[in-house]
Design a protein around this ligand. Sequence first.
Ligand SMILES: Cc1cc2nc3c(=O)[nH]c(=O)nc-3n(C[C@H](O)[C@H](O)[C@H](O)COP(=O)(O)O)c2cc1C
Length: 172
Amino acid sequence: MAKKIVDFRECQAETIKAYDAKRVLLVGQGRSGKPNVMTIGWGSLGIIWKKPIFTIYVRPSRYTYSLIKESGEFTVNVLPPGMEEVAKYCGSTSGRDVDKFEAKGLTPVPSTQLKTPIIKECIIHFECRIIYQNPLVTEELAKPILTGIYGDSTDFHRIFCGEIIACEADRP
Ligand SMILES: Cc1cc2nc3c(=O)[nH]c(=O)nc-3n(C[C@H](O)[C@H](O)[C@H](O)COP(=O)(O)O)c2cc1C
């Protein structure tokens, strides 16, 4: 199967389903030039500011957080069904301690527009350049969510809106 450039709308439904199945990976690469991958469970994609936008929510404690802050870009990659174990691993170990690409046999391959790579073994890829980011304004968040999701934690997600510069998918 070859990776072909497609309209991001073609991949919207499959990507949302992949979130439910815990098969979505975020890749960040900072100044060191070494990519890192982590699992994401929250996100949305659609048109904002007349642009195709992928919005992700990343806690400052994640190693990937510092990488995407450094570079101003990220890629989102959807694993095929059957590779859920990879997402479980990438969502429970940190790139500070281990090279997750190596540990799980994932292959970083050049994206079409960014310095940050995509993951060869995945089936859908979004190349995103950050055009807006903001910390969570906790005073504005509904109280049941604040207490229910964060409890005593102050590791509040930062919201990153990435313009989708390119979308690729495996196609015959
Ligand atoms: C299913 C699943 C979804 C997750 N979603 C997110 C998310 O949306 N944002 C986030 O900050 N962390 C999320 N995490 C936690 C990170 O993936 C996890 O802390 C990871 O080890 C961070 O890796 P890093 O330190 O290499 O960046 C999720 C974990 C799992 C298992």
